[in-house]
Design a protein around this ligand. Structure first.
Ligand code: C5P
Length: 221
């Protein structure tokens, strides 16, 4: 059993923020796996590659020139692709939606496996995504699955986007993330599902700090 905490769950549940806070508390490395799929989506859009072009996307996935740089206080994760800061750009829901269309493909998912596993370095890793506890790190010592009502998740994502200067309509965003969650849950490869040994936390009524506290309390390090 390795020193890995997996935090899976649907869009907008707050996994990213919670993961950063836990990683900071423990001094562990962090993997934002969704960012990998979003980066593929961004490159595909820039190069007019279809989300269905398996060969090109697998090639891109094998060659990704990316770097994740946590800020000194671990409050943010800077994402660099080919020396360019794309941290905010990939948060646009266009890339969220394209990412989930790309993410249904089993070969592309396989191409990203080794890269995701390489994020595990001592003393430990906090990994957030959809299949961290089920597929990428099934041996993780601590597995969590976060949920929240659709309304609450749309609102959280809305506030997060406004904070980084991306303006969207709440109603449209709610619809987009509902579609994305449906696609992520229904796909045959690595669907969005809690690992059998994961602890599920409904965060609808909880603050970020309360979620972090619950997770830390449930861990016996
Ligand atoms: O977490 P985030 O919203 O950035 O993820 C974007 C999309 O990437 C998800 O909707 C999902 O389709 C895909 N994804 C995935 N597996 C992961 C992380 C993200 O399929 N581990």
């Amino acid at each position: 059993m390795t020193n890995i905490i997996t935090i899976d769950g649907p869009s907008g549940v707050g996994k990213g923020t919670v993961s950063l806070k836990i990683a900071k508390h423990l001094g562990w490395n962090i993997l934002d796996s969704g960012a990998l799929y979003r980066i593929l989506a961004l490159i595909a859009k820039r190069n007019q590659i279809s989300v269905k072009d398996e060969n090109q996307l697998v090639k891109l996935a094998n060659e990704l020139d990316i770097e994740f740089i946590p800020s000194d206080d671990l409050s943010k994760l800077q994402i660099i692709y080919a020396k360019q800061d794309i941290t905010s750009e990939i948060r646009n829901e266009i890339y969220g939606s394209m990412a989930s269309q790309i993410a249904v493909n089993a070969k592309i998912r396989t191409a990203l496996l080794a890269r995701q596993r390489a994020f595990y370095i001592l003393p430990g890793l906090v990994a957030d995504g959809r299949d961290m506890g089920t597929v990428v790190f099934p041996e993780a010592k601590y597995k969590f699955f976060l949920t929240a009502s659709c309304e609450e998740r749309a609102l959280r994502r809305y506030k997060q986007l406004i904070n980084i200067g991306i303006y969207v309509r709440l109603s449209e965003l709610a619809l987009e993330i509902a579609n994305r969650d449906k696609r992520d849950s229904m796909r045959t490869t690595a669907p969005l599902v809690a690992a059998p040994d994961a602890i599920t936390i409904d965060t609808t009524e909880l603050s970020i700090e309360e979620v972090v506290e619950q997770i830390l309390n449930k861990m016996v390090l």
